[in-house]
Design a protein around this ligand. Sequence first.
Ligand code: FAD
Ligand code: UDP
Length: 373
Amino acid sequence: MYDYLIVGAGFAGSVLAERLARVDNKRVLIIDKRNHIGGNAYDHYDEAGILVHKYGPHIFHTNSREVFDYLSQFTAWRNYQHRVLASVDGQLLPIPINLTTINQMYGLNLSSDELSGFFEERAEKKKELITSEDVVVSTVGRELYDKFFKGYTKKQWDLDPSELNASVTARVPTRTNKDDRYFTDTYQAMPLHGYTRMFEKMLDHPNIHIMLNSDYKELIGEIAYEKLIFTGPVDEFFDYRFGKLPYRSIKFKFETLDQEKFQQTGTINYPNDYAFTRITEFKHLSGQQHHKTSIVYEFPKAEGDPYYPIPKPDNAELYKQYQKLAASMENTYFVGRLATYKYYNMDQVVAQALSTFRKIRTKDPQAIPAGNP
Ligand code: FAD
Ligand code: UDP
């Protein structure tokens, strides 16, 4: 008899398995329908021996000391600040849009103060920022919106930015200084030996049993357990009772090239050309030395593995129905990007899992009292 059955061995499931086993001495079975642990953060060495991320580039960044300290128990880190260029009008320009982007694009020599004025002259003032279009046009105006955001967003989501919540494009800020880093979080680093190694360490505990290639639906009747933690798609769990929640998928096309380096930065975005959104070269992220290099193209699509919840009002309404049903279930917890239908980064999922662990403990009379570790 297991104390917990955990469905999904990504960040949500693995953090909870680790905490329940290590801190509370619970017996945990963690299952995944894939043939590996790590969920979408899984990485592996390809045929050429280059570390690649099977489900697209994953760059770790967080402002949470708690999350960073927690993960640091299972990995050492390599400092890495992600930089991205966007291919616009035949030039490669830094994104997030910053002072260098504008000066390079228009052949200007503006100062930061002058750039604020430049944006103000072009920005379309809005009373409220409701959509992803509002966020960008109210900051930098329509021309830059058209060149950097409109086409990329259409490709990524098959939606116009005016149909998506403000939170989507708000992930990419605008700056008047020369800071060209993609993220400005306090902690930005890559697991030194990769994500999968980190997950292996997390799950390495005598109380944790791992079962791969196992779909929860197919073996649920055969396993004895007391409580369930589900980290897969919430609508699938409930057999699509209220209808399908829309997710966006991606086809990843990997290539290994017989050259040491392919591009100047980890990622180059293509907002306006081609069917793919971006190309990432993994050696920038890992720092690996190799005479070849591996890259991945991302082609967004509607069908396929669910990768992105789609943040728009009608989807949020539909999710609320599932959320209510999920909350009414005894001894069952829904955690993670798919189970809570949130466009969460890895660190947010770790934080959510740690907070679920605290919640579970307060309900468990047998849990070791707080403060003990
Ligand atoms: P997942 O990793 O999806 O894990 C869920 C697991 O459940 C999966 O392994 C799945 O196989 C399993 N499962 C589902 N249904 C069943 C079932 N019925 N039976 C058994 N198992 C099941 N975040 C960042 O912080 N930085 C980034 O740079 C970044 N880049 C990203 C790039 C892409 C292309 C994508 C798609 C995501 C990116 N993310 C990034 C987000 C990151 O992947 C997620 O936040 C994180 O992996 C979510 O973890 P999770 O455990 O909630 O879900
Ligand atoms: N975006 C864009 N142009 C860019 C980069 C991002 O329009 O060059 C928009 C797009 O809608 C994208 C969103 O901002 O989906 C969030 O970008 P991010 O890089 O955070 O996406 P993720 O890495 O999660 O795919």
